[in-house]
Design a protein around this ligand. Sequence first.
Ligand SMILES: [Zn+2]
Length: 104
Amino acid sequence: MAFNSGESRGPSSGGPSSGGSRERRPMRREGGGKFFKGKKKHCRFCADGTSVDYKNVALLRTFTTERAKIMPRRSTGNCARHQRQLTTAVRRARVLALIPFSND
Ligand SMILES: [Zn+2]
């Protein structure tokens, strides 16, 4: 009884792999997790209960850089809603020439 299990042993057609040594690095961020220490980063407007006012130039200036660019949300800590209001307010204030478009 010959168990002829069809073992197909083909010639390993493994050519020389093209020398593209692509090193795959694991994208792991070290030190993640709890970053805030008790201090909850939240929107200033939500905390104070104030609303964005395009006439409040002093306020708008705190959310713009030296070059009169609107600071990103990750640095202001605003919530999406207020950041949106802020952007609109800054644009409006620019049109009214309360704050400059660019400070170059
Ligand atoms: Zn908010």
